[in-house]
Structure formats: structure tokens, C-alpha cells
Design a protein around this ligand. Structure first.
Ligand code: NAD
Length: 358
């Protein structure tokens, strides 16, 4: 019986709709297994800008620091698109949260549930009836955080962005990937561009060194251009993928599209130790906000990842995943994954059905 403090940042658009259901599901788990989850709700994103004039107020960051884990909906929307980059919800809240809290490991499972295999844009003979890939992306280093600027060059103005990785940064993300692989089918593919980039050569050398500590795990290396092709040609080749910030940004979006349902995919951003931030991979979907149409499953599965990675509650996490599978197998679908022979339900009813299944 545990007691856990969760900072809840519902955010903008459909964020409040889907996070409310994830909180209900956590409460159901609390009741069934005797845990108490204390939710500390704070503003982040456009809604915080409207009140405080900044997307990540100190009060919110402080609440996050003092929590055991963070549950986030989504931030951003057209209302705040005109703001300068540092005040825009995505950069001002998300990037700041990641860097301030040392959330360097982004885990994004791309899973196709058997009941939804027809939603994949890939042919069934390639995909089979299910797929389960885990992308482990480095999140606080590389080109998105490197030196950048403009200068005058031979042909006039130039702009540059620097990709730099330290051995330390590569080692810690590789360890996260190998640890995850030990709990799965013990295969890691490291994606780089070591035929061209110095930073990738270092990446490959360090990942190969870390692999020596995990003799049971099979490691292969793949250039990013080939990996982009293999993901659609032979996705079953992959189990755990580990890669840099920029390659991971692109590859994890490609992997998520293979599943065909953006409303289903969770993510975790982990720091050293047990602390992490959990959020769906989708955005704030302003087109359907507040209309009881959003699929809450990505956020509910993010809460399941929180139980597993931050609280060590493996059985409880599995109970959520099993409940989601049960509800999908029973034919219930939100509008984004609805098809002719299934039963359409709204956000709230989907959340209720998952609680009932738990
Ligand atoms: P989006 O993911 O919000 O929406 C893309 C499409 O998918 C839309 O048609 C939307 O209705 C649908 N969709 C997304 N989530 C859904 C769900 N749970 N259920 C049903 N349908 C769903 O991407 P976008 O339209 O490019 O971005 C909208 C806003 O969100 C932008 O301001 C963007 O910057 C922001 N954004 C935030 C995050 C984040 O907070 N992590 C991530 C991506 C985009």
C-alpha cells in the first residue's frame, strides 16, 4: 500500500478531457490495490500564459520538482501561435520541463493492438496482427540543445546548429535502452549516421561498450536512412530502438504512424532514479477539445507507464493495459478509431469502461 504525489498538468485543448479520465483510472487502481494517489493540479502551457504571462510559472515547476511523477496532457494551440518562441507553450513549457528536470530518456512504445491492426497503413502480411516497438530517444542533448546562430559566410548569410554528444550522455541513454530490453525480448537496435557524423561515431562506440555489460542482449547498429526504410519494410525487425534526440524525434513519429492511431500511444520521459513525466504522444487537438470526442487511451496508458517506471507497480500497470485490451476487444471505440462493426463511445464513457474493466 503506497502513497504517491503526482503533479498534474492538464494543459490545453483536449488535455483536460483526457487527463481527467487517466486520473479516474488511477483512482480505480488506488481503490483496488489500496494505494493513494495525491493529485496536485497546476497550470502549464497556453492556459498558464493566459493567467501568469508565461507558459511554465515557477509555482508549476516547483510543484513538479516536489512530486514523485508528473502527468501531462498536451499544450499549445492556435491562440498562442503568435507568441515569441520562449513564450510559446511547446518550447516554453515542454522543453523547459525536460531540461530543468533532467528528463533525458524518452520512452515511446509503438504498439498495435490486435483489435486495431486494420488501422495500420502497412499491409497486414507485413505487420501481422500486432506490433510492439519501444523507441528510446535521447531528449536533452544533441542538436536541439547545441550551439546555434547565424554568421556571414562566403556566399552571404549562413545559419548553423551544432550536434554534439558526450560519452556520458550516450552512456546513460544506452543503459536505459538495455535495461528496457532486458525486460522485453532482449534486442536493441542503435540508430545513427556513423558513416558521416563524428557525433554518431562516438555514439556507436559508446553504445557498443555499454552492450558488453548486457551479454544477453543482441545489439545491431543501423544508419538512420536505412532505419527509416526498414520501419515500413520490415518493422518486426525492431524491438528496442535507441537513438539521438533529432533522429528519435523523426523515427518515433514514423513508428507511431505505423500503428495508425495517434490517440493510443503513451510516452514517458525519465530522469535518473524513478522520477518521470508521462504524457500522450498526441498534441492538444484543438479541433475536438471539450467535445467528449478525444481518445483518452494514450493518456491512460501513460498513467500505466507511470505506475511501472516511477512507482514500480508492475501488476497495477499491467491491470490498466489488460483493461484497455478488454474494452477494445469488446468493440468499444472513440470516433478516431471507430469503424463500421464497432460501438462508438465518447471520452468519458471510454474512461468509465476502462475503470469498470479494472
Ligand atoms: P495533434 O496531435 O493535436 O492533432 C493531430 C490530429 O489528430 C487532429 O486531427 C486531432 O483531432 C487528432 N487527435 C490527436 N489526439 C487525439 C486523440 N487523443 N483522440 C482523437 N483524435 C486525436 O497535432 P497538431 O494538430 O499538429 O497540434 C495541435 C497543437 O498541439 C499545436 O499547438 C501543437 O504545437 C501542439 N502539440 C503539443 C504536443 C505536446 O503537448 N506534447 C505535441 C504535439 C503537438
Amino acid at each position: 500500500m503506497g502513497s504517491y504525489n503526482i503533479a498534474v498538468l492538464k494543459g490545453d485543448g483536449i488535455g483536460p478531457d483526457v487527463v481527467a479520465e487517466a486520473m479516474n483510472v488511477l483512482n480505480c487502481i488506488g481503490e483496488k490495490y489500496g494505494h493513494s494517489f495525491h493529485f496536485n493540479e497546476k497550470l502549464a502551457g497556453g492556459c498558464a500564459y493566459d493567467v501568469y504571462g508565461e507558459p511554465l510559472p515557477d509555482e508549476t515547476l516547483e510543484a513538479c520538482r516536489n512530486s514523485d511523477a508528473i502527468l501531462l496532457g498536451a499544450v499549445g494551440g492556435p491562440k498562442w501561435d503568435h507568441l515569441p518562441a520562449n513564450l510559446r507553450p511547446e518550447a516554453g513549457a515542454l522543453l523547459k520541463l525536460r531540461s530543468s528536470l533532467g528528463l533525458y530518456a524518452n520512452l515511446r512504445p509503438a504498439i498495435i493492438h490486435k483489435a486495431l491492426s486494420a488501422a495500420s497503413p502497412i499491409k497486414t502480411e507485413i505487420i501481422g496482427d500486432s506490433l510492439d516497438i519501444l523507441v528510446v530517444r535521447e531528449l536533452t542533448g544533441g542538436i536541439y540543445f547545441g550551439k546555434r546562430g547565424t554568421r556571414t559566410g562566403k556566399y552571404g548569410m549562413e545559419a548553423y546548429d551544432e550536434e554534439a554528444y558526450s560519452e556520458y550522455e550516450v552512456k546513460r541513454i544506452a543503459v536505459q535502452a538495455f535495461e528496457a530490453a532486458m525486460k522485453r525480448s532482449k534486442r536493441v537496435t542503435s540508430i545513427d549516421k556513423a558513416n558521416v557524423l563524428e557525433s554518431s561515431k562516438l555514439w556507436r562506440r559508446v553504445v557498443t561498450e555499454v552492450a558488453k555489460d548486457y551479454p544477453e542482449v543482441e545489439l545491431d547498429h543501423m544508419y538512420v536512412d536505412n532505419a527509416a526504410m526498414q520501419l515500413v519494410r520490415n518493422p518486426k525487425h525492431f524491438d528496442v530502438i535507441v537513438t539521438s534526440n533529432i533522429f528519435g524525434d523523426i523515427i518515433s513519429d514514423e513508428a507511431s504512424q505505423i500503428t495508425g492511431s495517434i490517440g493510443m500511444l503513451p510516452s514517458a520521459s525519465l530522469a535518473d532514479g524513478a522520477f518521470g513525466m508521462y504524457e500522450p504522444i498526441h498534441g492538444s487537438a484543438p479541433d475536438i477539445a471539450g467535445r467528449d470526442m478525444a481518445n483518452p487511451i494514450a493518456t491512460i496508458l501513460s498513467a500505466a507507464m507511470m505506475l511501472k517506471f516511477s512507482f514500480g507497480l508492475t501488476e497495477e500497470s499491467q491491470a490498466i493495459e489488460d483493461a484497455v485490451t478488454k474494452v477494445l476487444d469488446a468493440g468499444y471505440r472513440t470516433p478516431d478509431i471507430f469503424s463500421a462493426d464497432t460501438k462508438e463511445v465518447g471520452t468519458k464513457e471510454m474512461g468509465r469502461l476502462i475503470c469498470e474493466a479494472i
